[in-house]
Design a protein. Structure first.
Length: 41
């Protein structure tokens, strides 16, 4: 068994790793330039 703190740290690490994608970069870039985002397949 793991503590709540261990579980929260695991989820935070997992979420941080999943946010490192080209789609996030495209979305943020489009939002900053007020253009429509173009996502790859």
């Amino acid at each position: 068994d793991h503590s709540v703190a261990d579980s929260l740290e695991y989820i935070a690490t997992w979420n941080a790793a999943m946010l490192l994608s080209n789609d996030l970069n495209a979305a943020v870039g489009a939002a900053m330039t007020k253009e429509k985002a173009v996502f790859g397949d």
